[in-house]
Design a protein around this ligand. Sequence first.
Ligand code: MCA
Ligand code: AMP
Length: 518
Amino acid sequence: MSSHNLYSALRASFPADVDTVALEAVGGDGPTLRYTWRDLDEATAMMANLLASLDLPPGSRIAVQVEKSVEALMLYLATLRAGFVFLPLNTAYRSAEIEYFIGNAEPAVVVCSPANFGWVSKIAFNAGTRHVFTLDDTRQGSLLQRAAHHSREHRPAECGADDLAVIIYTSGTTGRSKGAMLSHGNILSNAQVLRDYWGWKQGDVLIHALPIFHVHGLFVAIHGALINGSPMLWLNKFDPAAVVRLLPRATVFMGVPTLYVRMLAEPGLTREQAAHMRLFISGSAPLLIETFNAWQERTGHTILERYGMSETVMLTSNPYAADARHGGQSERRGGTVGFPLPGVSLKVVDDQGQPVPTGDIGSILVKGPNVFKGYWRMPEKTAEEFTADGYFRTGDVGRVDARGYVTIVGRSKDLIISGGYNVYPAEIEGVINEMAGVAESAVVGIPHPDFGEVGVALVIAKPGAAPDPAAILTTLKTKLANFKIPKHCAVVPELPRNTMGKVQKNLLRDAWSHLFKA
Ligand code: MCA
Ligand code: AMP
């Protein structure tokens, strides 16, 4: 293939009979809808032709904040196909967050839900965006109306492997969110490696129940199925009972740990119900060993845990089958994230950047064809995150044991992972600190039975002031995405500090860790 267009590679994997079902949208209140591979190809051609008709400059960003739907997936594929840069945005983001992303990325096109058109289009037009379309999860909106006038045929744009395909925003421990720039080559190489490593085969059917604005649902799950020509059972929203009902029709499921925890609470989850399944995969957050064991006991399946980042797509995975690179080991070991994927170099280093002895803990550095091209318009930040020999600093802390298994033991970045979503305390503290009567705050992550980890906000009042914790949370809800809102807030007399005056978050975590204990 002369062009490296990711869509072309996925398209080349479609089955020969394009009139078979590619996607079955199930669940929710609506009817079950079936889309063939031909539908996927033709609808993405129409949307790609619409984008092409707008006469956009090369490299234009197409920013999308819409509810999950098959048509939203088609818009993603159409953007790749047309050679533009897809910019997915979590539907929970509020106006201040969207204003930042649109201002920073300067998209040529914004697609939002019809219900949000008023405020999103205002932000977009103010930022110089010329085209704002709408799309909802019932196939309504101007995007499909406009695309309907375009041809069902479209030749995918010529792309180099290093051309940008997607920008995914990740928050930072300091400052604002950074747009991780991923190329067609980054994403495709990772999809090819995972297809082989996870043993995708003919007859596989994926249950897709994750959001499609982050790497897990958008890349790992969708590309896994498409690059193997495998159909998907598609849920616009995760529903544990619906997923359990679908298991006899599927072979592969991917979820964040919270999804597994919620499915375990379903009485219908039994060994018989899961008998048709080939593989359960978990990632985005640590899978507790209790969940790993409970799943094995209930279903007879061993969850395969893997580890990745927005900047790198997938980095490590427990083996699906015997891994010849590691003496034929095939054990999926709970509590570990497995081996570096083929093509990924991973090393664990000390504070001086020197590799630590096997089994010792250090910072995880990675290199490989999957590692991103840098942060959008942040060359200095990008340079800081790479070593002189080209390794990317993940910000994760871990070790590699004598058998080659990688374990993540913590993070050097101040980050909470709640139900698979990343929450940066610095961002929340910044908003709380602006509120009347607040002198200072600290947000820490503590264990939670459903979300794995959740935030708790501890606030110091200004002299003479008495800020109300409930009011703080209510105000936060107006400014930040709902999953970022701490699940508890308390006004405290002081915060523990070390001799340098830095807040000792580990002590706060210990002190509050009991709050949501079952
Ligand atoms: C919802 N809520 C949450 C979260 N989700 N609180 C904390 N953490 C969360 N993740 C809160 C809402 O604020 C709301 O609170 C209440 O729960 C109900 O909201 P709703 O949207 O109905 O929740 P849900 O449908 O039950 O969602 C839970 C969920 C969802 C299904 C677990 O969070 C989810 O799909 N998580 C998956 C995230 C994911 O795909 N991550 C991959 C990132 P209130 O009522 O008070 O407002 S990619 C990645 O990390 C990398 C690269 C990787 O390795 O994969
Ligand atoms: P994101 O910024 O959404 O790309 O999240 C990436 C971060 O998620 C990584 O740097 C890890 O801290 C975390 N992560 C992903 N998968 C796992 C896993 N299986 N176990 C522990 N942490 C994980």
